[in-house]
Design a protein around this ligand. Structure first.
Ligand SMILES: [Cu+2]
Length: 295
């Protein structure tokens, strides 16, 4: 009875904490790590929702396998201990069992592979993107281009510890936010101008290498307005941990307004960023055509 009461109290505390966390986060979605966090950040895109449910499926499968193997081990230790089985069996082969322990894992792997590949292709690219964002990794900051909205560009640098304002996360805040509209299929082109970087935004299920001389493509559709934080995820030099990514998701109307203002504020792209064939990727992206490679 005492144990039950303790459990109930613990459950109440957990529920209250979760409730407070939800209440504190308010209407704006905060895509950033939380102290003591155990699992993923809340999903902010359809891709991340699918990644999380795939993860949950895998968790069930591996848990069943672990329980099964553990059960077998415990049974064998008990049943074939020296006390219960003083004369060990000399059996070395059993065709039926061998076929089963080969075929069953194959079936399990195929059952995992099917949803895995589906997810991989879903996250890979979107055919009918509504706009394009281009992210260029540099030592050690990110540059962004908006080829469909007047080709303006800006750099986003991390805000140093001493310049942080209240509520701004350390090592994640940048001086300029990447503003993107919600509920929009956004093609994201990623490249680098010097060394390998990686464009990663955990709450959106994004992680794509930024490779000099090459344009990689992915996409996102952001579910709700808010601030989202990510980091470069490829060791790229001494400033690797100081080139965060900060995306501010706003309504479509607010985005249109921001574009007007951004065109005034930021420089236009006179030359596309350093890629193998400077003419190809940006122009093709602007017309929404398939990227035709580098020749
Ligand atoms: Cu980097």
């Amino acid at each position: 009875m005492e144990t039950y009461r303790k459990l109930a109290a613990a459950a109440a505390i957990i529920t209250a904490t979760l409730g407070t966390a939800v209440a504190l986060s308010g209407p704006l979605f905060a895509g950033q790590p939380q102290p003591g966090q155990m699992g993923f950040q809340p999903a902010a895109s359809p891709t991340m929702e699918r990644i999380q449910s795939f993860h949950d499926l895998l968790l069930v499968i591996i848990t069943l396998i672990v329980i099964f193997v553990m059960g077998l081990l415990v049974y064998v230790m008990w049943r074939y201990s020296e006390k219960r089985s003083p004369t060990p069996s000399k059996t070395t082969h059993n065709t039926v069992i061998e076929v089963i322990w080969t075929v069953v894992p194959v079936i399990i792997l195929v059952a995992i592979a099917v949803p895995s590949f589906k997810l991989l292709y879903y996250a890979d690219r979107v055919e009918d993107a509504e706009m394009t964002l281009k992210a260029i990794g540099r030592q050690w900051y990110w540059s962004y281009e908006y080829p469909d909205h007047g080709d303006f560009t800006f750099d986003a640098y991390m805000v140093a510890d001493e310049d942080l304002e209240a509520g701004q996360p350390r090592l994640l805040q940048t001086d300029t936010a990447v503003v993107l509209p919600v509920d929009t299929r956004i093609r994201i082109l990623v490249t680098a101008s010097d060394v390998l970087h990686s464009f990663a935004m955990p709450s959106m299920g994004l992680k794509l290498d930024a490779v000099p001389g090459r344009v990689n493509e992915t996409w996102v559709q952001i579910n709700s307005e808010g601030m989202y934080y990510g980091q470069c995820s490829e060791i790229c030099g001494t400033g690797h941990s100081y080139m965060p990514i900060m995306i501010k998701a706003v309504s479509k109307e607010a985005f249109a307004k921001w574009v007007e203002q951004a065109k005034e504020e930021f420089a236009g792209v006179d030359e596309p960023a350093d890629v193998a064939d400077p003419a190809a990727p940006v122009r093709l992206a602007a017309t929404g055509e398939e990227l035709g490679g580098n020749d």
